[in-house]
Design a protein around this ligand. Sequence first.
Ligand SMILES: *[C@@H]1O[C@H](CO)[C@@H](O)[C@H](O)[C@H]1NC(C)=O
Ligand SMILES: *[C@@H]1O[C@H](CO)[C@@H](O)[C@H](O)[C@H]1NC(C)=O
Ligand SMILES: *[C@@H]1O[C@H](CO)[C@@H](O)[C@H](O)[C@H]1NC(C)=O
Length: 352
Amino acid sequence: MKLAIIANAVIYAAMFVSAVPGPISGSTNVAVRDPTMWYNAKLKKYFLFSTGVNIRLFHSPSLKGPWTRDGTVLKNCSKIDFGDRCNPWAPDVSFHNGTYNLFYSVSKVGSATGVIGLATSPSMKRGTWTDHGEVFRSRPGFIGIDPNYIDFEGPKLVFGSHLGGIFMASLRDNLLKPKYANMPRVNLAGGKDRAVEGAVVYKPKSSKYYYLFFSEGVTLLNGNKPPKGTEYKVLVGRSTSAKGPFVDKNGHKLTEKRTPATGSLVLGSHDNIYAPGGQSVFFDPVSGADVIVYHYVKNNNLTAPATLGINYLSFKTGWPVIVKDPPKKQTQKPTPPKAKPTPQPEKGGCKA
Ligand SMILES: *[C@@H]1O[C@H](CO)[C@@H](O)[C@H](O)[C@H]1NC(C)=O
Ligand SMILES: *[C@@H]1O[C@H](CO)[C@@H](O)[C@H](O)[C@H]1NC(C)=O
Ligand SMILES: *[C@@H]1O[C@H](CO)[C@@H](O)[C@H](O)[C@H]1NC(C)=O
């Protein structure tokens, strides 16, 4: 009896301790900000990109490492004629029509203007990237920053932060420019002075929902922690359409200004993980799992550079949950190639 109680207590303690699993092993010494990742099945390698001079590039044979730093994406600065063009931010990797795409942003300290650029590669390997420069830049009402590509009724880009919030707009088929000169766009989240950023719209194969992940909060201020609860974290909303409206677990739209703020927590500070954010999400064909990639600060070393975090996600409950192991692979028939959706121009759009 007593033993059983002790055993239960131990099990309970174990459950409590493992409430949020730590990042999968192999990445605790990889310094990155705003990481984004994709798998090249031909090369059997994961490629990882991060904010930094000319966009930092890493590769690994496994999600568990070892990660090899392998130079940069851009040979010598972006072609974009603006701001700190040698130090692009917040890259976003994706695969479209046989080509790997890396959208990135260029900004200028003390300016609310940002420019989104694109580099492409047939393999993601070092030395294979071509920079195409500017796709579009900030306009009144939005900031051209934090790009995220998604194929939904044609190529779309999710972008923005702070001023105006997060938006989605159509790109041309070659992804090099907006589809419409006046850039009609849908407001997905934030705005009304709410500083949400780093948005990613992702649809798990196992779900009927699209999920909008975003970051909000502040990170260390001169090495000091901000007031508890205000630190950087990853939040989410979901929708049956990539164009929204996205709602949180309370059914509140992410575009609504409310107190407490909208968005349901996916990943906050826990154990040695402090102020996680700058996330991206991708499907890992090796484990068959949806994977979230982010940066965080180590609680036991607040002065160390931000570190790479990788975790498996489960959407079984209808909401993303960080899980220790990849959810069981679903046995599914090979899906036939997707039929091309009929293009649906947004209201008010005029062809560029
Ligand atoms: C790299 O770009 C910078 C900025 O345009 C330029 O000043 C420098 O000469 C370039 N370096 C090389 C090796 O091309
Ligand atoms: C897809 O790629 C092929 C080969 O590079 C190219 O000819 C074609 O125009 C591309 N299609 C689109 C929609 O970009
Ligand atoms: C903290 O991080 C710095 C930079 O990565 C490293 O040099 C130092 O050894 C770390 N300190 C501890 C206690 O881990």
